[in-house]
Structure formats: structure tokens, C-alpha cells
Design a protein around this ligand. Structure first.
Ligand SMILES: Nc1nc2c(ncn2[C@@H]2O[C@H](COP(=O)(O)OP(=O)(O)O)[C@@H](O)[C@H]2O)c(=O)[nH]1
Ligand SMILES: Nc1ncnc2c1ncn2[C@@H]1O[C@H](COP(=O)(O)OP(=O)(O)O)[C@@H](O)[C@H]1O
Length: 393
């Protein structure tokens, strides 16, 4: 019988100009090497993939904001993602997922025609579902959202879109929109920084991932004011949201409001009214919008919007599953895993004391994922090393 090909071993490889620390994770016929390169003052992650069938190395396109990369441990969660635990940062900032074959990675791989991986930061606790509000130009979306933000400033946050449209009088860059140049916006879109984008009324509009995640990270419910195309994209993405379409009481009233607002030229008004007919037709597309809201009397409509949000408010208070202080700098490494939990051991405590420094990361209720954050993490400390080792036995 011919001699078996030597098992390929990844000992130490040079990813960057200097040797690096690395983890080699075998997934089927591929070995993912997650390396840290300490070039000069900065430390960054290098990812390489060994295709064992062809014995060739592939350097994938890496999407998403990457971890601080001080030092780390890694473990395969499933065929789609690798858990990476950063050391020397706060626990809140230490859990990261390297997505290697999730639907988003597959989509990006198809778009780019080359190998892709994507980082997604793990975030403790569940987030309230963002609220997508769509509707024809002039129907009253902005007015309703402004009322909501004014009455509940600590509960809601606005997803500030990017647009190539020129600012209106009183519109503030970074507040109402990020007013951007087309080429820069298109470049950022190609680099996977946007959750969705669309050409609307002759301009480019888009929602960056950070625009949504930064609001959610503040513990606020994110409100997105986007068109029907954008709503479709979000509906198809990993971001679970509530979708509301605002309708005018009549087309004549819509035109009256758009004209009365006085923000568009006659030509722009005509274009927006033409698009309004198409958008109204799509408001009933099956499975697109959860609620249709008629904005006839403003106050009544606003009350209905508030009822919709509280009805749909599926936010369950987190069940106190977190350790005391997730902000303190921590140094945990992966010890073992079961079907739904990964056990971490503190590297600062001795074995006896370490029993108090054992953590369980519950992965059973994860939501979201690249291109956004991975939410729904639960972490709790374990009182005995036996509980923790059950994953190994
Ligand atoms: N897809 C998408 N649409 C957006 C975004 N931001 C705004 N829009 C939509 O673009 C359209 C035009 O917005 P705007 O120029 O502010 O006019 P308005 O609708 O009259 O307020 C509206 O339907 C908005 O909902 C975005 O980030 N993505
Ligand atoms: N229910 C309503 N009745 C009458 N006018 C309204 C009503 N809601 C909004 N408006 C007015 O209609 C115009 C368009 O509202 P706006 O919030 O800018 O719409 P959108 O953001 O959907 O384009 C504004 O001048 C606003 O004051």
C-alpha cells in the first residue's frame, strides 16, 4: 500500500514580516490559520487558508471590523464560524466570531469571486429589534420619527444614512444624513461596510452597518428611515427588524404635503410623485411590511405608531446572565466546549482560584452576525471546575 501522504502540520508560519502567533482550525478540507502579526508598533490579524486538497495557501478577503488582536484563543463552533476569544481586553470586547461560511460570507464570496471571511463582534444580551419605516416622499416619515425621538430620547436612536443628495436647509451633516460623495460611498459599499443601499429619486442612499450597530450598542432601539428597496434588502439580511410602511390618506394629500414642504424643485416633485405610485404598489408585497400605518391625522397616526412599537416590543429584559463587570480587562482562554457552550478559564488565577474564574459562554440564542454584530451572547461564571470539564469528558 502506498505511503500515506504526511499529515500536514501547521507549526509556525510567517504571515507578515515577522513570525506570528497562530491558531490552526481544521474545517473539512481546509485549515484556517488565524495569525497575529506584530509588525512594528501595530498588531493585526492575518488570516490564511490551507486547501489541503490542492496544498495551496489562500489569503481571503477579510471583511468587518477586526478584533484588537493582542493575543487570542480560537475554537470551531460549527461549519460556519470560529469563536475567537481576545485576551487583555474587557470581557465585553473579547468575544469575536470569524465567519467562514455563513450566508453573508457565501454572498460576498459570490460577489467578489474569491475566498472571503468576515469578523463579527460578539455582544452580550439581546438587542431590541430595529424599526424600519418606509413610505413615499412627503408622507410624514421624518415628522413621525422626530416626534418619537423627542418623546423617547433614551429609548430610540436614529440610523443616520449616507446619501449623495444635497442637504436641505436646516439639515445637519452627521445628524440627518452623512452627506457623501458618490465614489467614496461606492468604495465603502464594495468593502462590505453597508447593510443596504439603493438608488432613490436619482440619488444614492445607504445604511452603513455602523449606523445601526452604534445605536444598538447604546442600548437604544434603532429607527431606520429607508425606501422600499432598502426594506427589501434589510428583510433579506441577518438583521431582524419590524417593518412599517406609512401611507398617505390620498395621493392628492401626499402631493399637497410634498409641495407645502417646499424642499424640492418642480422636476424633483414630479419624479418623487412618480416613484410614490410605485412605492405604494409595493407596500402590500407579501412578507415585506409587518404594518401599514395611514398618516391622516398626525397625532392619531403617532399614537398608532407608539402602539405598534410597544405591541411589537419583544424585548425581554436580559435574564441577569452576565458576570459582575464586563468592562474590566480580562485574560481568558478557551478550555472546552459542548453543543451550545464554550468554557473559558482565566489565565490570571491559579488552578484552585481558577475555579472561580471559569466562565461559560452560552451560544444557544445568538442572533444577527456579519455584516453586523453577533448578539444574544450570555456569559456566566461557573462555581466548579467539574461543571466546566463536562464538556471534555
Ligand atoms: N434604501 C435606503 N433608502 C433611504 C436611506 N435613507 C433615506 N432613504 C429613503 O430615500 C428616500 C428619499 O429620502 P429624502 O431625500 O430624505 O426624502 P424624503 O423621503 O422626502 O424625506 C426616502 O424614501 C427615504 O426613506 C437609506 O439609507 N437607504
Ligand atoms: N399627518 C399630517 N398631516 C399634514 N401634514 C403632515 C402630516 N405629517 C407630515 N406632514 C407634513 O408633510 C410634510 C412632509 O413630511 P415629512 O416628515 O418631511 O415626510 P417624509 O419624511 O416622509 O418625506 C412636512 O411638511 C410635514 O410637516
Amino acid at each position: 500500500m502506498g505511503e500515506e501522504a504526511p499529515e500536514f502540520r501547521v507549526d509556525r508560519i510567517t504571515l507578515g514580516s515577522k513570525d506570528c502567533q497562530e491558531n490552526a482550525i481544521v474545517v473539512g478540507d481546509k485549515t484556517y490559520v488565524i495569525g497575529r502579526t506584530d509588525d512594528d508598533s501595530k498588531s493585526s490579524f492575518g488570516i490564511k487558508i490551507l486547501d489541503k486538497l490542492t496544498q495551496t495557501w489562500i489569503v481571503p478577503t477579510v471583511l468587518g471590523a477586526q478584533p484588537p488582536s493582542k493575543s487570542h484563543s480560537a475554537i470551531l463552533i460549527n461549519e460556519e464560524k470560529i469563536l475567537v476569544v481576545e485576551k487583555g481586553v474587557s470581557l465585553n470586547d473579547s468575544i469575536w466570531f470569524l465567519e467562514i461560511d455563513t450566508p453573508f460570507v457565501k454572498q460576498q464570496r459570490k460577489i467578489k469571486g474569491s475566498e472571503v471571511v468576515s469578523w463579527s463582534k460578539g455582544v452580550l444580551g439581546v438587542a431590541q429589534k430595529p424599526v424600519v419605516i418606509s413610505g413615499p416622499s412627503g408622507v410624514g416619515k421624518g415628522t413621525l420619527i422626530a416626534k418619537l425621538m423627542k418623546e423617547y430620547p433614551s429609548k430610540f436612536g436614529f440610523s443616520v444614512s449616507h446619501t449623495t443628495r444635497s442637504p436641505r436647509v436646516k439639515e445637519i451633516d452627521g445628524v440627518h444624513y452623512h452627506f457623501a460623495g458618490r465614489s467614496k460611498m461606492e468604495q465603502d459599499i464594495s468593502e462590505g461596510e453597508f447593510l443596504e443601499f439603493a438608488h432613490v429619486h436619482g440619488n444614492l442612499y445607504g445604511t452603513s452597518i455602523e449606523a445601526v450597530e452604534s445605536v444598538t450598542d447604546e442600548g437604544k432601539r434603532c429607527i431606520l428611515d429607508i425606501d422600499v428597496q432598502g426594506a427589501r434588502s434589510v428583510r433579506a439580511s441577518s438583521l431582524e427588524a419590524i417593518f412599517i410602511f406609512v401611507c398617505p390618506p390620498s395621493f392628492e394629500e401626499l402631493e399637497k404635503r410634498l409641495r407645502a414642504r417646499g424642499t424640492e424643485t418642480e422636476e424633483q416633485i414630479q419624479k418623487r410623485l412618480r416613484n410614490a405610485r410605485a412605492e405604494l404598489d409595493q407596500s402590500n408585497s407579501p412578507g415585506l411590511f409587518d404594518h401599514l400605518l395611514v398618516n391622516d391625522n398626525l397625532e392619531a397616526c403617532y399614537e398608532n405608531l407608539k402602539k405598534l412599537l410597544s405591541l411589537d416590543d419583544d424585548h425581554k429584559d436580559s435574564d441577569g446572565c452576565f458576570i459582575e463587570d464586563g468592562k474590566a480587562t480580562a485574560c481568558y482562554s478557551i478550555m472546552s466546549k459542548t453543543e451550545s457552550e464554550v468554557f473559558l478559564q482565566s489565565e490570571t488565577g491559579e488552578v484552585v482560584k481558577a475555579a472561580a474564574n471559569l466562565l461559560a459562554v452560552d451560544l444557544s440564542s445568538l442572533t444577527g452576525g456579519a455584516p453586523g454584530r453577533t448578539r444574544g451572547l450570555k456569559i456566566h461564571s461557573i462555581n466548579s471546575i467539574d461543571n466546566c470539564l463536562k464538556g471534555i469528558r
